[in-house]
Design a protein around this ligand. Structure first.
Ligand code: SAH
Length: 471
């Protein structure tokens, strides 16, 4: 983020504008409507600029720019057609710690002024960071159409009632009251009404609300394979309302950015070798947070019910009597396959599909081999192995022992659906060579079956030629 967004209270504050043409006029007009005291330095000031500055108690005008005019100013705009002069203003301002903006010259801007959709007190500011003013204006038109004109009235009515709601509904219940009432339908309806009518309706809603000790609620949310576009609308809605989010390693930063800004985030990623203890700790935190009456989001990669321990967590919630909702996510297999161009079933290649965890592939004293490779892989079948990259040799051996051809195609999809996605196609015989190419710490899947080879023709994401063949 190149620019830090803020809204400034400029009422009664001194601002300098250098220049007196059309561009300066636009800035002066906007500054005056924000209540600023505007001082102008301009060799020539247009008649319109002079008219704007008529009120001498808040405005002044000088025939030329001097550095001393920066004293006591909060901001300065340089809007002359003399580039040298504009840059001098910028340098002077930098030295004095006054924030400067040379209009249309982003390299000489300590701040920029956004395109604005004004539904005061609601303001939407749009910036492309100076990269394309035309795009910013286009976006502004979109948002203009989207936001009802009466939105300001709704905001003012809500402001009038806010303190009362807080008093009657303490401890976050107030926020939940507003969340439940600020629905799309209500907003559209209220926007078309007179201010008094809006206030009356809101007041009556408040009168009918029962202040209850609301029990906490846990949402078990699947975040998908990492690309935020793959979240469900329900997941997005729930993330925006969370009081606290418990997330693990597979949840990408782009998705965490969508969590309500004031929500507490607790990382509960598991460390290898410490699963059991960690899981108990997650249960403890979940119950503790719910008991505080909070809206808890348990956010998991993919889908919580596919190798996600979602079932165990629900059992704990159920026996503690905590209400819950499950929001499905796109699981890594379907998300990665889609982004790799691998149809997991295909009339000519596969009529059955199995998701299996590679954990049990190696087999050990306490976990003997359980995978029935002959049953799930081979002709007419697709097997997708989660958590299998580290078990590559055991998987190869298991498949060959079950009589499956060493030439059967296998694809490794790493970071499926994310910008860093890689797809490497090989065969059962060289699964270990495939796994060796995996990047440390990145999630990866093995797709075993004829369909895996289709990635080379059907891959579409980023650059289909990224599909590589294992040596
Ligand atoms: N509940 C998750 C799976 C958790 S198990 C889901 O439904 O997707 C973790 C395994 O998922 C990883 O070892 C890896 O095999 C797979 N995985 C998760 N995200 C992935 C991604 N973006 N690309 C490839 N594999 C992924």
């Amino acid at each position: 983020m190149q620019f830090f967004p803020v809204f400034m209270d400029l009422r009664g504050q001194d601002v300098l504008v250098v220049g007196g043409g059309v561009v300066a006029e636009r800035k002066i007009r906007a500054l005056l409507s924000a209540g600023a005291r505007v001082h102008v330095a301009a060799k020539v000031a247009s008649a319109k600029v002079q008219a704007l500055l008529a009120d001498e108690s808040i405005c002044s005008i000088e025939p030329s720019y001097e550095e001393s005019q920066l004293a006591g100013k909060r901001l300065v705009f340089a809007a002359t057609d003399d580039t040298e002069l504009n840059h001098r203003v910028f340098r002077d301002a930098e030295r004095r710690g006054v924030l400067a903006n040379v209009v249309d010259d982003s390299a000489h801007c300590r701040f920029i002024s956004p395109a604005v959709v004004d539904r005061s007190p609601v303001l939407v500011a749009i910036s492309t960071g100076g990269s394309s003013p035309v795009l910013a204006r286009r976006l502004r038109r979109w948002i203009e159409q989207l936001l009802p004109h009466g939105l300001g009235k709704v905001a003012r009515a809500a402001a009038e009632l806010r303190a009362e709601v807080k008093k009657q509904l303490p401890n976050g219940q107030g926020r939940r009251f507003w969340e439940a009432r600020m629905t799309d339908a209500n907003l559209l309806r209220w926007a078309g009404k007179a201010p008094a009518a809006i206030l009356k309706e809101m007041t009556s809603l408040l009168r009918h609300v029962q202040p209850v000790e609301s029990p906490g609620m846990v949402y078990l949310v699947g975040a998908g394979p990492g690309n935020p576009d793959l979240l469900t609308l329900r997941a997005l809605d729930v993330l925006g309302r969370a009081d606290v989010v418990l997330h693990d390693r597979l949840v990408s930063n782009e998705i965490l950015d969508l969590v309500r800004r004031d929500a507490e985030r607790i990382y509960v990623g598991k460390q290898a070798g410490n699963h059991h203890c960690q899981q108990e700790e997650i249960h403890r935190i979940m119950l503790e947070q719910a008991a505080l009456g909070r809206t808890v989001v348990r956010l998991k990669g993919g889908d919580a019910f596919i190798f996600g321990r979602g079932g165990e967590e629900l059992e704990v919630l159920r026996s503690a009597g905590v209400p819950y909702e499950v929001v499905p996510g796109i699981t890594a297999a379907t998300g990665s396959a889609a982004f790799a161009g691998i149809p997991l079933t295909h009339r000519s290649h596969a009529q059955a599909l199995t998701f299996v965890t590679g954990h049990s592939a190696a087999g050990s004293l306490d976990r003997p081999t359980k995978i029935d490779w002959a049953g799930i892989a081979g002709e007419g079948k697709t097997a997708v192995v989660y958590m299998g990259i580290k078990q590559a040799e055991a998987i190869r051996k298991g498949l060959l022992d079950a009589g499956i051809s060493a030439r059967l195609p296998v694809a490794m999809v790493e970071n499926g659906s994310r910008d860093e996605q890689r797809v490497i196609v090989g065969t059962v015989g060289n699964i270990p060579a495939l796994a060796q190419q995996a990047s440390r710490g990145s999630p990866g899947l093995l797709v075993i079956g004829e369909v895996a080879a289709l990635a080379a023709q059907l891959g579409w994401f980023v650059n289909p030629r990224e599909v590589k063949s294992a040596a």
